[in-house]
Design a protein around this ligand. Structure first.
Ligand code: PLP
Length: 412
């Protein structure tokens, strides 16, 4: 694709086929412009609409405690961290946040990264070499897939959430060191990885296990520890069960950044060898301060999770009454599978006419033929807003042919 000289016309001609094919497939993406904070009712491209597509699951991104902690942090430390963590960018507030996250997740230590994408790239690369195999769930987030592809290791995908498929892969690759990598809550389907079975397989075959819980952390479990807290009322899957745990701050925490949690040997190693930790500017300290405020709210306000669960149940039973089949999910990510790109886009556009913002998710984010509406709920949606969504869905069910909406799709 790269032209051999920098003549402007040739350069453009080289880029054009990919752009044209994307346009023809109806997959061109467009940015919208929002004014003001990320709240359920938001102004986008000059229209005020109710949003069911943000990842601000607990309504913390605009919480006064979080905002004022951010100001406090900026007053104390300034805005930029000024250097990487290994030079002079690492501040006391980073240590405090790391320690609080370790206590929260029941791990010995944690390490902060600037984004979840960078955490996944850095951790997978540091833990593998040319002899390793990275075993990826087929529906893993792009940052995990990229982490495997950009490493020296070989990548291999197994059928989504299938323990038999994972075991087969482990058996085939038993001569190589294997790292099993999975989303905790799958970002586009909303289902949860079968962790107890995966832990057992990892032990039996001597493989590593890495869980990226971007969408579960803060939302699942009584205390909000996410997927590690969702298999039992009173115990977490610990750092022996899930030795490499990733959490991100851009979703339920309502800030930005990420962390990896594990035992002290792992974290000390990553501090040395994760290149996306070492060779980048440290997270702004004010952001660490804001994230500490989020963590306090996540811990002290379990009502946010209870409220979220209540909205999820109400939405699911409402959709069931309308005969609109959602994928199985008890998380804030809910998916109405439509299959075809045009159907998904038309459904999303229809909802826009009703003042509702629900994104159509298309390839390459999801496999071809599995385009969908992805509906995300937040603890701060009101009952009236949810009812408005269900009313519009009832209209949608009538407007769109039953044959398309009523199809059942098999996970593959
Ligand atoms: C959003 C997301 C990421 C990326 O995190 P950022 O902090 O936004 O870079 C990683 N993994 C999963 C599963 C995600 O959903």
């Amino acid at each position: 694709m790269i032209p051999t000289d920098s003549d402007r016309a040739r350069w453009r001609a080289a880029l054009q086929p990919a752009m044209e094919s994307r346009r023809q497939q109806g997959l061109m993406r467009q940015r919208l412009e929002r004014r003001g904070p990320c709240t359920p009712s938001m102004s986008v491209n000059g229209h005020t609409r109710i949003s069911f597509c943000s990842n601000d699951y607990l309504g913390l991104s605009n919480h006064p405690d979080v905002v004022s902690a951010f100001f406090d942090g900026a007053r104390e430390y300034g805005v930029g961290s000024g250097a990487s963590h290994m030079v002079t960018g690492h501040c006391r507030v980073h240590d405090q946040l790391e320690e609080e996250l370790a206590a929260f997740t029941g791990r010995e230590r944690t390490l902060l990264f600037s984004t979840g994408y960078m955490a996944n790239l850095g951790v997978i690369n540091a833990l593998t070499n040319a002899q390793s195999v990275v075993l990826q769930d087929a529906l893993n987030h792009a940052s995990l897939l990229d982490g495997g592809w950009l490493s020296r290791a070989r990548s291999r995908r197994f059928t989504h959430a299938s323990l038999p498929a994972l075991e087969q892969a482990l058996r085939d690759e038993k001569e190589s060191p294997c790292l099993i990598v999975t989303d905790g809550v799958f970002s586009m389907d909303g289902d949860v990885a079968p962790l107890p079975g995966m832990i057992e397989l990892a032990r039996r075959y001597g493989a590593g296990l890495m869980v990226d819980d971007a969408h579960g952390m803060g939302c699942l479990g009584v205390g909000g520890q996410g997927v590690i807290a969702s298999f039992s009322e009173d115990t977490l899957l610990d750092q022996c069960d899930v030795p490499v745990l990733i959490g991100t701050f851009g979703k339920a925490f309502g800030t930005a950044g990420a962390f990896v949690a594990g035992d002290s040997a792992l974290i000390a190693y990553l501090e040395q060898f994760a290149r996306t930790y070492t060779f980048t500017t440290a997270m702004p300290p004010a952001l660490a301060q804001a994230t500490r405020a989020s963590l306090t709210l996540i811990t002290n306000e379990p009502w946010r999770r209870q409220r979220l669960q209540a909205l999820i149940s109400r939405f699911r039973s409402g959709m069931q009454r309308l005969g609109l089949p959602l994928l199985p999910s008890h998380t804030p990510v809910q998916a109405l599978m439509l299959g075809d790109v045009d159907q998904a886009v038309a459904a999303s556009e229809f909802l826009l006419t009703r003042g509702l913002h629900v994104t159509a998710i298309r390839p390459p984010t999801v496999p071809v033929g599995r385009s969908r509406l992805r509906i995300t709920l937040s603890a701060v949606h009101t009952d009236e807003q949810l009812q408005q969504l269900l009313d519009a869905m009832a209209e949608l069910a009538h407007t769109f042919s039953r044959s398309l909406l009523g199809q059942t799709y098999v996970n593959n």
